[in-house]
Design a protein around this ligand. Structure first.
Ligand SMILES: O=P(O)(O)OC[C@H]1O[C@H](O[C@H]2O[C@H](CO)[C@@H](O)[C@H](O)[C@H]2O)[C@H](O)[C@@H](O)[C@@H]1O
Length: 341
């Protein structure tokens, strides 16, 4: 499959918009009156007690989520033990319930016999290692070769929080499907594999690609928020803002832990001006995205439908991911696996 650059974004139709929870009469985006990045004095001027402005942010649970993002193995073990028994014992018990796929490989390959397989892969932390600089999260040549090989046998998609062009640049393989911005920017499979007319995509000719962008109308808003986020975090050492096209990511991996509440509060203050945006958490990253009912799980469903695989009772869909946002996809996969059992 050849990826074509500069495809025109698909304008989703009324049916799609209602499925996504986007009001049909939505007027073109205009900036909230007086939207601005909140003024902040020097960092030390931010109150550290649970009073005033920090209450909002802390009571939202955002700080807890920031603290628990990307926990170490020891931290997971300790949390699981809940103070009863040793952390290692608790982790072993947890593993019995949720065994590692790597140690169950024979079981998985037995289950795969005679099934149709579709493979979905997250990018960061799955195909590439987690590194301090998001621009340097390169995948290894061995990993690239493995993904290329598997895509020769099964439909394979990369589902990432990153912008689609960026993840494509990292992966560099053309025979895959790509869903960037947490599934809000999908290059779908060729049109001819779909039986009947599909309401979610622009009708295109045989062999052409479908571009599906359910949050296209949020682009100006996200652009504006990106600017505000950059401005209000620029004095926080180590904080960076990444443009993921339909989402904005605020990284705090390289910020001193003492300053995490400040990062969270600044993001929270910007968000308050945008009720049509919501915040999700990844590995030491806060992700600002549209409120539409769309996530990595919906992207998996969309791709399976587009591939004509959604109603197959012999489908084994596999999703490999490492992050909270991947859990939406795991939920979809569990439903599919249960159909097989
Ligand atoms: O859905 P994914 O493909 O896993 O993308 C999620 C986010 O991944 C990236 O951030 C994470 O990886 C960085 C590089 O290893 C790391 O520095 C950062 O702390 C992690 O959160 C990416 O930069 C984000 O834009 C993605 O949303």
């Amino acid at each position: 499959m050849e990826l074509k650059p500069n495809l025109t974004p698909v304008l989703t139709d009324a049916l799609t918009r209602s499925r996504l929870g986007v009001p049909s009469g939505l007027s073109p985006y205009s900036s909230p009156k007086g939207a601005t990045f909140p003024h902040h004095g020097p960092l030390l001027a931010i109150p550290r007690k649970k009073t005033g402005i920090l209450d909002d942010f802390r009571s939202s649970g955002c700080l807890d989520a920031m603290n628990s993002s990307s926990p170490t193995h020891n931290k997971v073990s300790k949390d699981l033990s809940h103070g009863v028994g040793s952390p290692d014992a608790a982790y072993s018990t947890w593993l019995l319930k949720f065994p590692s796929a790597l140690t169950s490989f024979d079981q998985i390959s037995n289950c795969a016999k005679g099934k149709r397989i579709a493979l979905f892969l997250d990018y960061d932390g799955t195909l590439s290692p987690i590194v301090d600089n998001p621009d340097c999260a390169f995948m290894s040549d061995n990993m690239r070769a493995a993904v290329k090989k598997v895509a020769e046998y099964f439909p394979t998609a990369i589902i990432s929080g990153r912008r689609r062009d960026k993840v494509y640049e990292f992966v560099g393989l053309s025979d895959l499907y790509y869903a960037g911005s947490h599934g809000m920017d999908i290059i779908g499979p060729p049109r001819q594999s779909i039986s009947g007319d599909h309401p979610d995509s622009e009708k295109q000719g045989v062999g052409e690609l479908n571009l599906f962008q359910p949050a296209a109308e949020f682009l100006p808003m996200i652009d504006e928020v990106l600017g505000l986020l950059k401005e209000c975090t620029k004095d926080i050492e180590g904080a960076t803002v990444e443009n993921n096209k339909f989402c904005a990511s605020v990284h705090y991996r390289n910020v001193d832990k003492e300053s995490w509440p400040i990062v969270g509060q600044r993001v929270y203050d910007v968000m308050k001006q945008y009720p049509r945006l919501r915040l999700t958490h990844g590995r030491k990253v806060l992700e600002v995205r549209p409120v539409i009912d769309w996530d990595k799980g919906k992207a998996v469903t969309f791709l399976l439908e587009s591939l004509g695989l959604d109603n197959c009772d012999d489908l084994l869909a596999i999703y490999v991911g490492d992050d909270r946002t991947d859990e939406d996809a795991f939920k979809v996969i569990i439903i599919i696996i249960n159909r097989l059992l």
